[in-house]
Design a binder for this molecule. Sequence first.
Ligand code: UDP
Ligand code: MG
Length: 238
Amino acid sequence: MSNPFYSIIVPVYNEEENVQILTNEIVSVMEKLNKPYEIIYIDDGSKDKSLEIMKKLKSENPQIRIIVFEKNSGQSAALDAGFRKAKGEVIITMDADLQNDPKDIPLLLDALKEADAAVGWRATRKDSIKKKITSRLGNFFRNLFLGERIHDTGCSLKAFKKETIGRLKLFKGMHRFLPALVTMEGYKVVEVKVNHRPRVYGKTKYGFFDRFLTATPDLFAVIWMKRRVIPYRIKEEI
Ligand code: UDP
Ligand code: MG
């Protein structure tokens, strides 16, 4: 297989009903782009049949790679592993639960013509009221304290030029701050309105506790990082 141009990174934790459908959806979109691509599934310690199904999918599709974690390590860990393993020039991230729509990938790629990263904005979100309110509040405070105007930092559907992720060091929960982390390194981030679908199969992995109570102290870490970041650029090497 020639070197992939696109790497699609998908954290998977107990998504047995979703991975087959998701693979079909991703493949049908990516085939139209006429550039080599890879799909990297990170099995984050699934206890259901997700891994078994992904192995079967890989046997039918050489574009698929699977990274298997020893145990459940979280969405940030899965993204970090995917970022490090990705061989593409453009890195696309998304959830495995079919809430993101692969049909939006070309929109994000278009936006990359004028930016270093393009992040999804779920303008009409298909989640519970409680989740929508927590997320609104989270985005409000994040923007207030970080001086940003990102509507939806939590949307997993994002596209990055390779160099932007090279500078990231992810910690637990940091997947919620990717636009801020990339911006503070001096890169241009744009938002793109994307489709959002209700979760039909499987369950959300986060409750109020993770979404609000752990994200709040994380925000203070990011505020500190923003103050201390060193976004240097090398001019030349002689
Ligand atoms: N996920 C993961 N490890 C975890 C929790 C979640 O890999 O410990 C994956 C999950 O399978 C999904 C994505 O991260 O692909 C987002 O999770 P979820 O849909 O539960 O989050 P929500 O949409 O409710 O914010
Ligand atoms: Mg979801």
